[in-house]
Design a protein around this ligand. Structure first.
Ligand SMILES: [Cu+2]
Length: 210
């Protein structure tokens, strides 16, 4: 084979570098849609970033529950930790008491009504949060103890950071956002649509009402 024939098939370096991306793009066309990194910027109606907000994404409207997930709501220094716990519906939550005083934890919220009378250490049975919604926790002994458990029908959830940002890997589709923060007047999650497109910007701006 003459030397010039082999050089004719040489792929330019610039194209060679782009080739793996091109091939994975072509392969992706015939495979199930892959998750894309997606950033959500949460703001209130006044345009300020919303920190410490529970954000969940129900993937393409398919509710999803768990029978195996576990979570923990500590009591430390006469306070709940964390103050906001997000769990998938069906999660078993333990309430270990790390204080030397006893606590008496309760929720009267319809999402989960329960009461764990005066106890030390970890109660033997976790509480299973089997309905989506928001449970407000209190302690009968210490009035200033308060926390919330937000229960969502999806394993895709996060709490927004100080800049009001959450990041998820999401498949393309028409999803449902579920949002709640402690400043909301209603003790239920807000819903709004979230569209993720394969050729999209990778970010969405979300305005959250009161
Ligand atoms: Cu207490």
């Amino acid at each position: 084979m003459p030397p010039h024939r082999s050089t004719a098939f040489r792929i330019p370096a610039t194209l060679r570098r782009g080739l793996p991306a091109l091939l994975s793009l072509l392969a992706g066309a015939s495979l199930p849609a892959q998750a894309l990194p997606w950033t959500l910027q949460l703001r209130n109606a006044a345009g300020q970033p919303l920190a410490d907000t529970a954000v969940a994404v129900e993937i393409a409207g398919k509710p999803s529950r768990t029978g195996s997930a576990k979570a923990q709501m500590d009591q430390r220094e006469r306070q709940f930790a964390p103050r906001l716990l997000i769990v998938q519906t069906g999660t078993a939550v333990n309430f270990p008491n790390f204080d030397t005083v006893r606590h008496h934890v309760y929720s009267f919220s319809p999402t989960k009504v329960f009461e764990t009378k005066l106890y030390s250490g970890t109660p033997a049975e976790p509480i299973v949060f089997d309905k989506p919604g928001v449970a407000a926790l209190g302690c009968n002994i210490h009035d200033r103890m308060s926390a919330h458990i937000v229960v969502v029908d999806t394993p895709v959830f996060a709490r927004s950071d100080a800049a009001g940002i959450v990041r998820f890997d999401l498949p393309p589709g028409e999803h449902q956002l579920k949002i709640w923060h402690a400043g909301m007047k209603a003790p239920s999650l807000q819903s709004q649509a979230l569209t993720v497109t394969a050729g999209g910007s990778g970010q969405s701006s979300v305005v959250v009402g009161d």
